[in-house]
Design a protein around this ligand. Structure first.
Ligand SMILES: C[S@@+](CC[C@H](N)C(=O)[O-])C[C@H]1O[C@@H](n2cnc3c(N)ncnc32)[C@H](O)[C@@H]1O
Length: 320
């Protein structure tokens, strides 16, 4: 099967269901900030005949594959090679200022994981690259060669929740004094050797957390998400909807903070009248964060860690 056919979009029906009320009219504009292989975009284009989708991705290869997949919809689909904080630029491509729908399906695509030479996978030996945008600046090998030990500890602890962050960072620094790590296989070997023997067989591959942490650091994933969320809310039309799928607790925390804050009344509790400027900008569409069903997790293991949050813009005045 080809890469496009093999990829299963996460919580697909739920995303369409949540976005559809804002997109079900002629001329509606949808920004898919994480186009990937275009799975969500295709479902939206198929079920909502009046919508135009601008698909953003920083990965030129994913954009090209998605553009081929969405060829039938070429009059209603535009690919935009950028970071997802460029929602303004994406909207400008279709002469719009506001979006009726915005989707962020965070993290890496199955294309990126499956292509061994991109270095995202701990199960295949490859150069330690991990850049989503291959034109981007630093690779995972650069991070491991250049960052001070304390920063490597922080990355592994914060982004990977790695218990043995200090031991692994120490081993990386010792090793680079001889020669820098260049390949994923070398890093996997080093991680195995630096953690206690009993931990080597606990809870899956012991390299998993370090690889996730490095990927997040190389691609500045949390920094970009933090700047993008308020901008996304600012670019939503009143009545427009945003859906975000996160796969990491730190991502979900950022999403929760922005969406929940914007959906709260700003005045102190008990005020008899709520002033216009204190009214919320958003209405939450789901209670808390939704998870994938057991059946979906069974069919698509990637959906195991997903947390979906969604909101609707209910008034003007939000400035990012
Ligand atoms: C999980 S995949 C999206 C899959 C897509 N929803 C589908 O159904 O095929 C995430 C995609 O977002 C892209 N991406 C992640 N962070 C990005 C960012 N900051 N700016 C632009 N694209 C980003 C990745 O390159 C990847 O292709």
């Amino acid at each position: 099967m080809d890469v496009v056919g093999k990829h299963l979009p996460v919580m697909l029906d739920r995303c369409v269901e949540l976005l559809a009320p804002a997109l079900d009219r002629q001329g509606a504009i949808m920004v898919d900030g994480t186009l990937g292989l275009g799975g969500h975009a295709e479902a939206l284009l198929r079920s909502l005949p009046g919508v135009t989708v601008v698909g953003i991705d920083r990965d030129a290869e994913a954009l090209a594959l998605a553009a081929t997949r969405l060829e039938t919809f070429r009059k209603r689909f535009i690919a935009h090679h950028a970071e997802f904080d460029d929602i303004e630029g994406a909207l400008a491509r279709v002469g719009a200022q506001r979006a009726d729908g915005i989707l962020l399906d965070l993290g890496v695509s199955s294309l990126q994981i499956d292509e061994a030479e991109r270095g995202f996978s701990y199960s295949q030996d490859a150069p330690l690259d991990m850049r989503m945008d291959r034109g981007g600046s630093r690779t995972a090998a650069d991070v491991l060669r250049d960052e001070p030990e304390e920063e490597i500890v922080r990355i592994l602890k914060e982004y990977g929740e790695e218990r043995y962050a200090r031991r692994i960072a120490r081993a990386i620094v010792r090793r680079r004094e001889v020669s820098p790590l260049a390949r994923s296989g070398e890093l996997v070997g080093l991680i195995r050797a630096s953690i206690p023997a009993a931990a080597r067989s606990e809870g899956g591959n012991p390299a998993k957390r370090t690889f996730q942490a490095l990927r997040i650091a190389v691609n500045d994933e949390l920094i970009l998400l933090g700047t993008t969320l308020p901008r996304a809310v600012a670019r939503l039309a009143v009545g427009g909807r945003i859906v975000v799928l996160s796969y990491h607790s730190l991502e979900d925390r950022l999403v929760k903070r922005t969406l929940v804050e914007a959906s709260e009344v700003r005045a102190p509790r008990g005020m008899p009248v709520i002033r216009e400027e204190d009214r919320p900008y958003l209405r939450l569409l789901v209670k808390g964060a939704e998870k994938a069903s057991e059946a979906e997790v069974e069919a698509n293991p990637r959906s195991r860690s997903v947390r979906l949050r969604a909101a609707e813009r209910i008034r003007e005045g939000w400035a990012a």
